[in-house]
Each structure stands twice: as C-alpha cells, then as structure tokens.
Design a protein around this ligand. Structure first.
Ligand SMILES: *Cc1c(COP(=O)(O)O)cnc(C)c1O
Ligand SMILES: [Zn+2]
Length: 430
C-alpha cells in the first residue's frame, strides 16, 4: 500500500482525493491538490549519507538527481518503471562580476539549463511520466511556453507514449519547438498567449480524458522539489539566506517551497532560506496580487516580455506559491526587460549563459539590494531555469543585429582589410 496521497490545498477543504485516480484539481472544491506522504520516522543523518553514497553508483536510478533522493518522493510503488534521462545533478557555480553587480552579494548559480532537454522542467517530467506510466497512461498532453513541451516530448518518447502539446502561435522560441518536433510530439499551435492555449487544453482534456503533465500536475512538483535537496547537499547542508527563482506559472517556486518545508519537518535543516520570486514587469500578476494582498488573482490579460518562458498572465499555481512566500518569509519582485538584459550580460561576463527568463533572478536581486530589502553580502542562490541555447533569437537580436551589436564584423577575405578592421575594433574601448 502506498504512503502517498493527494490532498486539496484549500484551508477550508483539505480533503483527501480518491486514491484510485490522479487528479489535478480537488474533486470537492476544484482547488489545487498536492502530494502528501506519511513519512514516518526519518533518520536524516543516515539518509544524507546514503544519498551521498549513491553518487558513486552506476545505477541509472542513482545517477538521476531526482531519483537519488527517492525517499523524498515515495509515490512510486514496487515494480513501477522509472522513466529517467539522468536529469538533475546540475552544477552549482559561484560568480564574481554578477554577484558584485547585483549587490555586492555572495551569488551562486544553480544551473538547471544543464538538464537533458535544457531546462528544470525535466525534474518534474521524470516524476510525472513515471507516474503516468504506472497508471497505464498512453498519451500525455501539456500547454507550454516551450520548455515543458521539449521536456514532455522527450520523456514521453522514452516511455513509449504519445505526446500532444498546445503552444501559442509564434510565441515560443525556434529551439524549443524544434526539440518537441525532433522527439516526435504532435504540436498544436493555438491561441496568442500561453494562457489561452492552456485554457483550451484544460477544456479539451476534461472532454477527452487526457493526462496533463503541466505544473498543475502535483507529481510534477514532486520531481521539481528535489532541486532543494541537491542544492543543499552541494552546499554541505548549509542553507543560503535566499533562493531566487523566476515566476511564470509558479510551479518551480511552489516546488522549492514544498521541498524546503519537508526538509525542515524531516530534520534535514534548521534554517529555512527565504524564497524570492521574480517576474517580468509586463507579466507580473503574482507581483500585483501579493503587493495588493489580494485574495483573488489579479491576472494580466495581455502579458508581454521578451522572456517568453515567463510570459504568463494567469499563473495556475499562484496559491501554492503564495503559501511558500508566507512559510519562508519570502517576497515577490518584478523587473523590466531592460534589467533582464543587463543581468544576462553580467552573467555572460562570468561565463554563464542562460535564457532571458532565468536572468530575471539576478536582475531581481540587484533591485532588491538597492531597495534595502535584501542585505548586502547576503548568501544567495539564483536558480537559472533554462539553457542559453534555448533562445538564440533573443541573443542574435540584442547582441548581433540590434543596438548593442558591437562585436560582429563582416570583413573581406583580404589581410589588409582584416588588419584595418581589427585595429579599428580594438581601438574602441569596450
Ligand atoms: C517554465 C520556466 C520558467 C517558469 O517556471 P514556472 O514554474 O512556470 O514559474 C522560468 N524559466 C524557464 C526557462 C522556464 O522554462
Ligand atoms: Zn478541495
């Protein structure tokens, strides 16, 4: 018998769901649901040692940065197949210039772009698809700003499932679309925004009984939360002061908060880092909602930002994320596209590449330090959510063809011409 169950997160309800079927919404009140466990007695010291030992193992389940921490996600039953692509185990790297620019603060980067399909979505996907497989699901679906698509397509292929994805028309980067196509997903371009595609998918899914693997799927949150254990292990279990994430549909921030809370309850950590969510100024429904202390979501009808991964006006997980800010005494900030660009450029000076949405974290830290909300020299981990190569259109636009294109020359194939061009280029201070 499983020790895992689904429970409604609404305080007024909190009812357990029917264990025989997976749901993304409470069957009594329609609220979000989450996975709960009867963990029983946990020996944190012994588990830490065991997790560490598994790093030496060659077993696929131990090489995965999600399943290495399987005691934290015990929803898998004996005999279930684990659908993994060796996700997680991503680097934690220090910064020099970016941390100086943003603070000065002690800024460390947890780079989730180093995942099999290039974003943190893989952590959630291995969990979701493993669960779907155990339930005998043969087709999975999602709506996405791009990275969930790439990830779902890959993991569905691996499990031998069909993949159906809804994306807003012309709103996702070429690389993300290409990945989904490469893995053989059926791509439906529908609506002008993620929110529209997502709403349509939810309606169709209810009609057709599709299994959704968006971040509203509670098992997705379970996979994603293991980032916290991995990060803390990399830091010898010394929690930072802050963990900073970009906020779109708010699955990632919800997962990180859940991970922290469970690790605290199970005795792995004493201090709980404050979780900071950073949104783009043109797509900041959570920021507005939290700032106003509103009990309703203050949705943004026409979200706009070049950081397409967080261009979301109606985040599905906002209530989970709000709880996380309460538990961890965290907060929400928003930054302009200009600030995101600056942060991305500063990370690049440290040799760290990422998606625009990811750089919002560092831009947010700078803004918060300047506003006195984060103290100078604080110990901060920014989660970079996606790989640099996910959005090369953005880079080409800003760094090669746009107003900041200082470093791209076209030169005649002739030595004299080359000398001249290089002299000129190096004469200009950069
Ligand atoms: C999905 C995604 C986000 C937003 O994460 P949420 O869980 O939806 O808040 C941020 N950055 C990248 C690169 C993403 O793919
Ligand atoms: Zn309920």
């Amino acid at each position: 018998m499983s020790i895992a169950y689904l429970q409604c997160i609404e305080d007024a309800c909190r009812r357990r769901q029917d264990p025989k079927k997976d749901v993304n919404a409470c069957s009594f009140c329609g609220g979000l649901v989450e996975v709960k466990y009867d963990f029983g007695a946990v020996d944190a010291e012994r588990l830490r040692h065991e997790w560490h030992q598994r790093r030496l193992s060659g077993e696929p389940i131990d090489r995965s940065g999600v399943w290495r921490f399987r005691e934290l996600i015990p929803f898998v039953e004996l005999g279930d197949r684990i659908v993994s692509l060796s996700e997680g185990s991503t680097p934690l790297v220090g910064t020099r210039r970016a941390g100086w620019w943003a603070g000065p603060v002690h800024l460390t980067i947890k780079h989730q772009g180093n995942n099999p399909t290039g974003s943190f979505k893989d952590l959630g996907m291995t969990a979701c698809i493993t669960r779907a497989d155990a339930r005998g699901v043969r087709m999975v679906a999602c709506a996405s700003t791009g990275n969930t698509s790439s990830s779902m397509a890959a993991y569905a292929s691996r499990a031998g499932m069909k993949a159906l994805l809804f994306v807003p028309y012309k709103q996702i980067s070429a690389a993300k679309l290409a990945q989904a196509l490469d893995f053989g997903a059926l791509v439906v371009e529908v609506g002008d925004t993620f929110d529209e595609a997502f709403r349509l998918l939810r309606e169709i899914a209810a009609e057709m009984g599709l299994y959704l693997v968006n971040s509203i799927n509670p098992f997705s949150i379970e996979g994603q939360k293991t980032i916290v254990a991995e990060m803390l292990e990399q830091r010898a279990w010394r929690p930072p002061d802050y963990i900073v994430v970009p906020g779109g549909n708010l699955g990632n921030s919800s997962a990180i908060g859940k991970g922290l809370r469970e690790l605290k309850e199970l005795g792995f950590i004493e201090k709980v880092p404050r979780v900071v969510v950073v949104q783009a100024a043109g797509a900041n429904p959570f920021y507005q909602t939290v700032s106003a202390g509103s009990e309703e979501l203050l949705a943004v009808d026409d979200p706009h930002t070049e950081a397409t991964a967080i261009r979301i006006g109606r985040p599905a997980n906002w209530k989970k994320a709000r709880r996380v800010l309460e538990w961890t005494h965290g907060f929400c900030e928003c930054v302009t596209d200009e600030e995101i660009f600056e942060a991305k450029a500063l990370l690049a000076e440290d040799g760290v590449g990422c998606e625009p949405a990811s750089a919002a974290t560092v831009a947010g830290v700078r803004k918060l330090v300047r506003a006195g909300k984060i103290e100078r020299h604080a110990d901060i981990v920014c989660v970079l959510t996606g790989n640099q190569l996910k959005d090369t259109e953005y880079i080409m636009h800003h760094r090669s063809e746009g107003r900041r294109s200082r470093r791209r020359l076209r030169v005649e194939p002739d030595l004299e011409a080359l000398r001249k061009a290089l002299d000129k280029a190096f004469a200009v201070p950069v």
